[in-house]
Every structure is written in structure tokens, then in C-alpha cells.
Design a protein around this ligand. Structure first.
Ligand code: ATP
Ligand code: MG
Ligand code: FE
Length: 336
């Protein structure tokens, strides 16, 4: 089964051809980062307009790179939520048009299900059940993957997502957008013990996260230094902030693994490419005899190959969407 997958939920216009859910024949990503950088973040109207300009070309490239034509495609997969409504609509309309014109089954995919499924591509042997820590620009979820397409969310962020906190702290120390990879790099030159930032723990919900307090603490620290006329080392701030984030993520992940007796743990989403998180998770998993899985960086951030993997398993499970498929900006994981 060949899936042609389309992803346009945020600021990447992407298309991919994926064979049997795990083999990537092509993975084309047109990023709008340079455009949005000027504004310090993603501007929804600009994103939608750019998707419209790029989408046909990106799909053509994906087919060409895979050395296939639409005749070789069996299923059209597309992200229909969550994300920016105007951005999602471009991919959904395009996918519907192709599926209708070619009389192909249409499978709408949840963007986070896509992020989780990136692990199937990277690790051909990985099968549910397993745990997945989803850390992206808009989500921080601790998910129990019970079966293909069957998810239980054990915990989530109460406020900012992990990636969002990275981006906001990066802006405060003048690193620009998107901040995650830049903090990751700068932190390598700093001392993670330089500043002790707070870590949020919720008594009533041990697997929920909160990053806005940490973010505020970093901003307050920087402002405090400025007011007192003291200098601070951005590398130390980056390293200390990153340590606070990674410590909490690893701690809660391992707590869940122990409670549920899980021996397979994956990470997914843009922040899953963070080097400190990988090292921290790897060590913690090794200590407990847990198998640790993570996708390569290009499969961590937004791409259509992960949507193709997710669409394949949804297709096998019988998921089909009609011509009335709409963009659902706040789609919940596990909803159809
Ligand atoms: P969502 O998937 O929740 O809808 P999104 O699609 O915008 O949000 P992703 O593309 O999954 O998010 O990830 C982008 C986020 O990952 C950004 O916040 C970015 O700063 C962060 N990120 C990317 N690389 C790294 C890194 N090496 N370290 C930390 N954060 C990173
Ligand atoms: Mg993006
Ligand atoms: Fe994403």
C-alpha cells in the first residue's frame, strides 16, 4: 500500500510517499521559517497563503522523488487537525481534490498521531503497546499507545507546551525564532547548574506538566539582572533552563513507566530532537532496562512521512473520511 500524505497544519508545507507505513519513498518539506522569522513567530494568514502557493509543487516533487505517479498511489492521507485552521484547510482541500479525482480512499490524520508514528518509520521493529512522550511546539502529552491508533493521554501541559517555552525563552535571550534548536546549541557552552530554576509538580495530577512558571522565572531572572546592571551569560541561562525542562520530562516519564510496568518508551515532536532530552531519556531508560526509541531530527519536526505512517495504520483499521472532511483546529487525539 502506497500512501501519498499531505501536511500543512502550521508553517511547513509537506508531502511524502510512504510504502506500507514504514518505508519512506520520499519526504518533501517546504519550510516557511525564513518568512515568519521576521515577525518572531508564525503569522497564520501568511502561512495559509504560502501553503496555497507551494502545495502543488511539493506534491509533484514528492511523487517524482519516489519515482511514482498517482497511478501507484492507493491511499491519500492528510492532517486535518489540530493546527491553524486556514493552514489545515489548504492540505485538506488538496487531499480531497486528489482523492476525488482519482477515486482513492481519503484518510484524515491527527497531527500528533503523526508525530508519534514517526517512530514506526525510524524503528521497523517497534509495535504497540508502548509509552510516548510527545513534546512539540503546541503539545506536551504523556501518551500510552495501547494499539495502532488507540491512545490514552495520561498527562498533559496545563499551560505552555515544552517547545513553546523553548521559543519564548530563546526570544528573551535574543536568539530569534525558532528558538529550540538555538537553545540546544547554546546550552552546550553553558553551565546547567548556574541558575536553579523552579520545576512544577502537581500534587493531584502527577503526569501533568506546567512550563509557564519556569518561563516566567527565566524572564524575571533576566530582567532582574538588567535592573541591577548585572551581566548574565546567555549560555548559562540556556543550559539551566534546558536542565529544568529535561529533568521534569524525564522524571515524569520514568515515573509513569514504573507505575505501568512499561518496557518500551518513545519520544516524538520537535523537542524530541533536543540533544539533552535524548541523552537524559536514554540514560534513565537504560538504568531501568527500558527500550528507548526516538526519530531522527527530520522526522521529529513537522513532515508528511509521519502522516503517511499514521494514515497507513488508520487505513488498515478501516478509517475512511468523506468529501465533507473539514479542518478541525482543536481535534482531540483518538477522535475520528
Ligand atoms: P504541534 O506539533 O504541537 O502542533 P508544531 O508542529 O509547531 O506544534 P513541531 O514542528 O513538532 O511543533 O516542533 C517545533 C518545536 O520544536 C518548536 O517549538 C521548536 O523550538 C522545537 N524544537 C525543534 N528542535 C529543537 C531542539 N533541538 N531542542 C528543543 N526544541 C526544539
Ligand atoms: Mg513548524
Ligand atoms: Fe508538529
Amino acid at each position: 500500500i502506497n500512501v501519498l500524505a499531505v501536511e500543512s497544519s502550521c508553517d511547513e508545507t509537506a508531502a511524502a510517499v510512504v510504502h506500507n507505513g514504514r518505508e519512506v519513498l520520499s519526504n518533501v518539506i517546504s519550510s516557511q521559517i525564513d518568512l515568519h522569522k521576521l515577525y518572531g513567530g508564525v503569522v497564520p494568514e501568511i502561512a495559509s497563503r504560502k501553503h496555497i502557493e507551494k502545495i502543488n509543487q511539493v506534491i509533484e516533487e514528492a511523487l517524482k522523488e519516489a519515482h511514482v505517479t498517482l497511478d501507484d498511489i492507493d491511499v491519500i492521507g492528510v492532517t486535518y487537525g489540530p493546527g491553524l485552521v486556514g493552514a489545515l484547510l489548504v492540505g485538506v482541500a488538496e487531499a480531497k481534490a486528489i482523492a476525488y479525482a482519482r477515486n482513492l480512499p481519503l484518510v484524515g490524520v491527527h497531527h500528533i498521531e503523526g508525530h508519534i508514528s514517526a517512530n514506526y518509520i525510524e524503528h521497523p521493529e517497534l509495535e504497540p503497546p508502548f509509552f510516548c512522550l510527545v513534546v512539540s511546539g503546541g503539545h506536551t502529552h504523556l501518551v500510552r499507545v495501547k494499539d495502532y491508533g488507540v491512545y490514552e493521554i495520561l498527562g498533559r501541559t496545563r499551560d505552555d507546551a515544552a517547545g513553546e517555552a523553548y521559543d519564548k525563552v530563546a526570544r528573551a535571550i535574543g536568539l530569534g525564532y525558532p528558538g529550540g534548536p538555538k537553545i540546544d546549541r547554546l546550552a552546550k557552552e553553558g553551565n546547567p547548574e548556574a541558575v536553579r530554576f523552579p520545576k512544577a509538580h502537581m500534587e493531584d495530577a502527577p503526569y501533568d506538566f506546567s512550563f509557564s512558571g519556569l518561563k516566567s522565572a527565566v524572564l524575571n531572572y533576566i530582567n532582574g539582572c538588567k535592573m541591577k546592571g548585572e551581566t548574565y551569560d546567555p549560555a548559562d541561562i540556556a543550559a539551566s533552563f534546558q536542565k529544568a525542562v529535561v529533568d521534569v520530562l524525564v522524571e515524569k516519564a520514568m515515573c509513569a513507566a514504573e507505575e505501568f510496568g512499561i518496557y518500551k518508551f518513545a519520544i516524538a515532536g520537535g523537542v524530541a530532537s533536543n540533544s539533552a532530552l535524548r541523552v537524559g531519556m536514554e540514560a534513565a531508560c537504560k538504568e531501568r532496562g527500558i527500550q528507548f526509541y526516538y526519530p531522527s531530527p527530520v522526522l521529529c519536526t513537522d513532515n508528511a512521512a509521519m502522516i503517511g505512517a499514521a494514515a497507513y495504520y488508520e487505513y488498515l483499521a478501516g478509517t475512511r473520511h468523506g468529501w465533507d472532511l473539514n479542518a478541525v483546529p482543536n481535534l482531540k487525539l483518538g477522535e475520528r
